[in-house]
Design a protein. Structure first.
Length: 299
């Protein structure tokens, strides 16, 4: 029988947390999708791995045995994949860098110039990812480093904040608030919002400002994965959306106005990488980002 590594990762996440809800958030999946994958794994292995009821999740004997074995398998595979990626990148002299939005802020040219001095002959391959993957390719090793908006990923990802910016709201120019200089969040709390997919996890809640709604669920007009989808909704008057101050300039277009929102904590743009990745090219890129942004500490 063949079992996908992805399914083992899903199982280990649930087994570690003993909670489908917390595991789904960690994996950037919906809870129904995660439950379906675990049931499929149980069918493949012909064994009940987890006992579930309304109050708790627990491992069966078979589940405990798989949990111990799967951890070793996944660790071995991650180490092998890192070795392969390192060798391939070194041979090609290419660093894959993920992004979720256009960078702007004059950041990328300065980063590339600094990186070229540290790693002569290397090239940077910039790859755009949808907001359904808030790690911009880091989780599945499709990127070596990534420009992300916080919060992103879990304990396996390290990051360095590069920019801290006010949050703005993007509105149709026909919206009653469109001529305002600032807007209090309480004034737009009941507006229909464009929302990131559920798989974006905590990042979805950040851009919906869920922590500032006093437990009241947001009105979601539609889920979106790209900037084009967002601004089509906003321009038509169907929804509003929150965005960072720098992106308010980058995505400026006819029919849309962007206004500072008071009462919200700022957004943070960061460069992120997989924790434990010691490749010289990755860390030279991180240092280049720090140089370009004028920052010095990381997490």
């Amino acid at each position: 029988m063949d079992v996908h590594l992805r399914d083992l990762r899903y199982f280990v996440a649930v087994a570690d947390e003993l909670s489908f809800t917390r595991a789904a958030e960690q994996l950037h999946l919906s809870q129904p999708a995660l439950s379906k994958q675990i049931r499929g794994l149980e069918t493949t292995l012909r064994a009940l791995l987890l006992r579930r009821d309304r109050r708790q999740v627990s491992l069966t004997a078979a589940g405990a045995a798989l949990h111990a074995a799967a951890r070793g398998l996944l660790d071995d595979w991650d180490e092998a994949a890192a070795v392969v990626a390192d060798a391939a990148a070194a041979e090609a002299k290419a660093l894959r860098v993920g992004t979720l939005t256009s960078l702007g802020r004059a950041l990328l040219p300065a980063v590339l110039e600094s990186f070229a001095k540290r790693q002569p002959g290397w090239r940077v391959e910039l790859r755009s990812f949808g907001w359904d993957d808030p790690t911009a390719g880091l989780d599945d090793q499709a990127s070596d480093a990534a420009f992300v908006w916080l919060p992103a990923g879990d304990g396996d990802i390290s990051y360095q904040v590069l920019a801290t910016e006010r949050r703005f709201v993007a509105l149709s120019t026909r919206h009653p608030l469109a001529r305002r200089h600032t807007v209090e969040f309480s004034e737009i709390i009941d507006e229909p919002f464009a929302a990131l997919p559920a798989s974006a996890g905590p990042l979805r809640h950040f851009w919906l400002a869920s922590a500032h709604r006093q437990g009241k669920p947001p009105r979601v007009a539609a889920e979106v994965t790209t900037a084009d989808e967002v601004f089509e909704l906003v321009g038509s008057g169907t929804a509003v959306t929150l965005l960072a101050e720098g992106n308010a300039t980058i995505y400026s277009r006819p029919g849309i106005t962007c206004i500072p929102v008071t009462g919200l904590e700022p957004a943070q743009l960061a460069i992120a990488w997989r924790r434990g990745d010691r490749r010289a090219a990755v860390h030279d890129f991180i240092h280049a980002c720090r140089d370009a942004a004028g920052t010095s500490t990381s997490r």
